[in-house]
Design a protein around this ligand. Structure first.
Ligand SMILES: NC(=O)c1ccc[n+]([C@@H]2O[C@H](COP(=O)([O-])OP(=O)(O)OC[C@H]3O[C@@H](n4cnc5c(N)ncnc54)[C@H](OP(=O)(O)O)[C@@H]3O)[C@@H](O)[C@H]2O)c1
Length: 237
């Protein structure tokens, strides 16, 4: 058994914790994909890509290993975009948020299924979604809608692969103590009506630890047959 992981957003937060957890799997190899590198390991290779750059994605080629038995793609890289209502958004950030959160996972999913469907015995795609994909949050329009797109992408890939060789999930990780949360707390109260709720999560120590969240996500990766739904929430597992 030679598992190969491709994990985006590997330089910090949930993605880095996922890389560190994955590297505990015997014999596995991990490719981390983000703009910066922060992991060093003999079974880790870093690929520096700006996944919000459409031109970069258009010509994307990743390392391929014909001997990989199980391949896992974790589309974790994500951004909040500008926390503002529509009318005060910035076009460049609208575009980047949708490319990073929704288009990059579609391109990478297409790549991994195309490359490995003849050689690997199993392909697992785990998309790190958000509760905000499933209900509207004022001033998070691009985040909510791009994560909703990621949920639907996951449902379509599941539908296309009902034979079980390709298992796909979109998982909301809960509210996790990362840089993304500190970015949320820095929003202006006039633009973000829910600001106090997020400050309270931090003050009341209600944020989840990245290592616990990574451990729960890896349970899905290690036992994909154990989960029949495509859309999951780690708080309900
Ligand atoms: N934290 C939460 O409470 C929470 C809640 C729900 C969902 N999520 C989701 O969980 C995932 C991880 O979030 P996090 O909280 O760990 O965020 P984070 O701490 O901000 O880390 C984001 C990661 O994505 C990478 N990234 C950002 N922009 C990128 C780009 N243009 N190209 C390539 N990589 C890029 C960053 O690496 P570089 O800067 O090195 O590129 C970093 O490794 C995201 O999809 C987020 O939407 C988080």
């Amino acid at each position: 058994m030679k598992p190969i992981f491709y994990i985006t957003g590997s330089s910090r937060g949930i993605g880095k914790a996922l890389v560190e957890h994955a590297l505990k799997t015997n014999n596995c190899y991990v490719y981390g994909i983000s703009r910066k590198q922060s992991v060093e390991h003999e079974r880790y290779n870093h690929i520096s890509i700006d996944l919000s750059d459409a031109n970069m994605l258009n010509g994307l080629e990743l390392p391929f290993d014909a001997e990989a038995d199980k391949v896992i793609l974790i589309n974790n890289a994500g951004m909040l975009g500008k926390v503002s209502p529509f009318g005060k958004q910035d076009n460049e950030l609208i575009i980047k948020t949708h490319i990073l959160n929704a288009i990059a996972p579609a391109v990478l999913s297409n790549w991994i299924i195309k490359k490995y469907s003849e050689t690997a015995s199993q392909i697992v795609i785990l998309n790190v979604s958000s509760g905000a994909a499933r209900y509207p949050v004022a001033s998070w329009g691009n985040y909510c809608s791009s994560k909703a797109s990621l949920d639907m992408l996951s449902r379509v890939i599941s539908l296309e692969n009902s034979n079980g060789k390709v298992k796909t999930f979109a998982v909301a990780p809960g509210v996790v103590d990362t840089e993304m949360q500190s970015e949320i707390r820095q929003a202006s109260s006039s633009d973000f009506p829910d600001l106090q709720r997020f400050k309270d999560y931090k003050d009341n120590e209600q944020l989840s630890d990245v290592r616990e969240v990574a451990e729960r996500l890896m349970r899905i990766v290690n036992n994909p047959e154990g989960y029949k739904d495509t859309l999951l929430d780690v708080r309900k597992l």
